[in-house]
Design a protein around this ligand. Structure first.
Ligand SMILES: NC(=O)c1ccc[n+]([C@@H]2O[C@H](COP(=O)([O-])OP(=O)(O)OC[C@H]3O[C@@H](n4cnc5c(N)ncnc54)[C@H](O)[C@@H]3O)[C@@H](O)[C@H]2O)c1
Length: 447
């Protein structure tokens, strides 16, 4: 099939590359011309394990190309994926300007029957808006061309995106017309040899499914963080509680790891967008409000723990931070807990030395030049450099190289053997035996 994918971010680029890998001919479109130029030179602008090879191989084989001209891309295809961003607006609602802009352009260039697929995460009712915008453009061109709008939300995880796309748990397709359903079934047959994976449903059902999935996962995390904070006050080890409840098959182990809050480009914005949908539909989403509030507060826990430990103040102290990305496996720092922590430390007069295996370039963009110029934030080349003469080490992102570090080296480097573990990676008993002053999340008065 000939496919157009609009937007070459984490979702669009993975979608385009994976469809090309299955033998389809894919043209990816992005308004960011610098990005398109890099992609045409075989350079992948984001970090996603395995993506480079798939993009480069398919580009070389002529199945994957990149352009900033949507009309050029549309000339050869009849399926158009919209995979542009839907960032949060000021009121928390999903900002649809990019999606509707693409819809308008599709309407300006559509010449034959086409299937327009919303892959971006969009509120219930967006397919109707896309349909209206396209129809209006066709009206203005005095054309009567049939088209369908389908909802096909994406469930990939950054850091495991290729595997998730190639071997999905499910493929949700919201579709009303039999013609579009046939196109989508053909498109996804290679990814769903077990046909149960392809789930057809109503367009609005599919739109809500995506938000409900992310909100459920966010709820599990915030719930566990709440219990962890309670455990700290009770002298209980939350890690024992986690194992104790995760073994219940009705609960399971996924997404019940306590930590310093969820971030990324999806959970925070999708929870807020669903709350906003609640307002629009006259329903108060109490659980979602609490999930969001708990998460906002949880992102401050590491700073609070440092403040408790250094009761005489953090001004003039140096803190070593391991991990900047919002989770391991990605360079994405959108809504990362590291940003909250570092901003608060700098505001308090501390100096931060930080290291991340892949997000260092992204970190340079996240903070103003002034903090680097003033030496308030130093990005270090190696993980141990970040701890040199620091008053404490804080683990924010649980990258693999941080999981079994050389604690002897850490102890020698730190001015004081203080470890704040935002992801409960280390054993409090063993660290205390080695002379560390250790605090995790939900495991404070242990050892
Ligand atoms: N990142 C994830 O893990 C993930 C997972 C599932 C779903 N989603 C959803 O997928 C959507 C895209 O997310 P992302 O993380 O890939 O976004 P992103 O910000 O990484 O990429 C969006 C891309 O779209 C481009 N763009 C914007 N307007 C355009 C236009 N008019 N024409 C062409 N290109 C345009 C931008 O230049 C950018 O390259 C969002 O709705 C998001 O919620 C994201």
């Amino acid at each position: 099939m000939n496919i157009t994918v609009v937007g070459t971010g984490y979702v669009g680029l993975v979608t385009g590359a994976c469809f090309a890998e299955m033998g389809n001919t894919v043209t990816c479109v992005d308004t960011d011309q610098a990005k398109v130029a890099r992609l045409n030179q075989g350079e992948v602008p984001i970090y996603e394990p395995g993506l480079d090879a798939i993009v480069q191989n398919n580009h070389k084989a002529g199945r994957l190309s990149f352009t900033s001209s949507l009309s050029e891309a549309m000339a050869d295809s009849s399926v158009y994926f919209i995979a542009v961003g839907t960032p949060p607006g000021e009121d928390g609602s999903a900002d649809l300007q990019y999606v509707l802009d693409v819809a308008r352009q599709i309407g300006q260039h559509l010449d034959n029957y086409g299937v327009i697929v919303n892959k971006s995460t969009v509120p219930v009712g967006t397919a109707d808006k896309v349909r209206e915008v396209v129809a209006q453009q066709l009206d203005e061109r005095n054309l009567d061309i049939a088209f369908d709008v389908v909802s096909n939300p994406e469930f990939l995880k950054e850091g495991a995106a290729i595997d998730d796309f190639m071997r999905p748990d499910r493929i949700v397709v919201g579709v009303e017309s039999p013609r579009a359903r046939e196109v989508m079934a053909e498109l996804y047959q290679g990814f769903s040899r077990n046909h149960d994976k392809l789930m057809f449903m109503g367009v609005r059902d599919a739109e809500l499914t995506k938000y409900a999935a992310n909100a459920m996962l966010a709820t599990k995390i915030s719930f566990m963080n709440e219990v962890a904070n309670l455990a700290e006050r009770m002298g209980v080890d939350i890690e024992q509680v986690r194992k104790g409840i995760g073994s219940d098959s009705r609960i399971g182990y996924s997404f019940i790891y306590p930590g310093c809050g969820y971030g990324g480009s999806c959970f925070p914005k999708d929870v807020k967008a669903l709350m906003h949908m609640g307002d629009e539909f006259g329903y108060q989403t109490d659980i979602l409000c609490s999930v969001e509030e708990r998460n906002q507060a949880q992102k401050h826990r590491l700073y609070e723990k440092l403040s408790e430990r250094f009761a005489d103040g953090l001004s003039g102290r140096t803190i070593g931070v391991w991990g900047l990305a919002f989770k391991p496996g990605t360079d994405d720092m959108r809504e990362a807990s590291s940003v909250t922590l570092i901003n608060r430390l700098i505001d308090a007069g501390a100096t931060v030395r930080a290291y991340d295996p892949v997000a260092m370039d992204e970190a340079r963009l996240q903070f103003p030049d002034t903090v680097f110029a003033a030496g308030k934030l130093v990005l270090c080349e190696h993980q141990y450099d970040a701890l040199a003469d620091a008053d404490a080490m804080v683990l924010v992102t649980e990258w693999k190289p941080f999981r079994q570090p050389d604690f002897n080296a850490i102890k020698k480097l730190l001015k004081q053997p203080v470890i704040i573990d935002g992801r409960n990676q280390y054993d409090p008993y063993s660290l205390k035996a080695q002379g560390f002053d250790y605090t995790g999340i939900g495991r404070d008065r242990l050892g």
